[in-house]
Design a protein around this ligand. Structure first.
Ligand SMILES: [Zn+2]
Length: 138
């Protein structure tokens, strides 16, 4: 099996044509759109329909395109987005990234620790320390 990303709610497959596909709502004006993200951790390239404009600092609610549930990681921080990475051995890892445009940070939860990458990764690391589920990993 190839690397894949799935929804933590419905386990629907989100990787299509080399991108992770999200439905999205820009919080400041409730405009909806589709966002395609690069699956490589640490690559923050995104593809949006030209009519869906997101500017630096805009908060975006990422939704599963299948079950339409919000992917906001409310137990850690509402601005973080939570999805599941499935590797070629079918191992699952929790992935978190910022839903704020221009904030580059990704967190990968492995068995015993949290790996963080990106220039903004310090910003949310402290919220994992406040979360019972993850604080022992830091
Ligand atoms: Zn879903």
């Amino acid at each position: 099996m190839l690397n894949d990303f799935i929804c933590p709610h419905c386990e629907g497959h989100m990787m299509v044509a080399g991108h992770i596909i999200f439905a999205a709502v820009k919080k400041k004006d409730n405009i909806t759109g589709i966002i395609l993200l690069d699956p490589r951790i640490g690559d923050y390239t995104s593809v949006l329909h030209p009519s869906f404009k997101v500017e630096e600092g805009d908060e975006v609610d990422f939704l599963c395109p299948m079950c339409h549930k919000s992917l906001a990681a409310k137990d850690v921080h509402e601005r973080l987005v939570h999805i599941i990475f499935v590797d070629e051995r079918d191992e699952k890892y929790e992935i978190f990234f910022s839903g704020v445009a221009g904030e580059h940070c990704t967190y990968k939860i492995t068995e015993a620790k949290i790996e963080s990458v990106g220039k903004s990764s310090e910003k949310y690391l402290k919220y994992f320390k406040l979360c019972d589920k993850y604080k022992s990993m830091l």
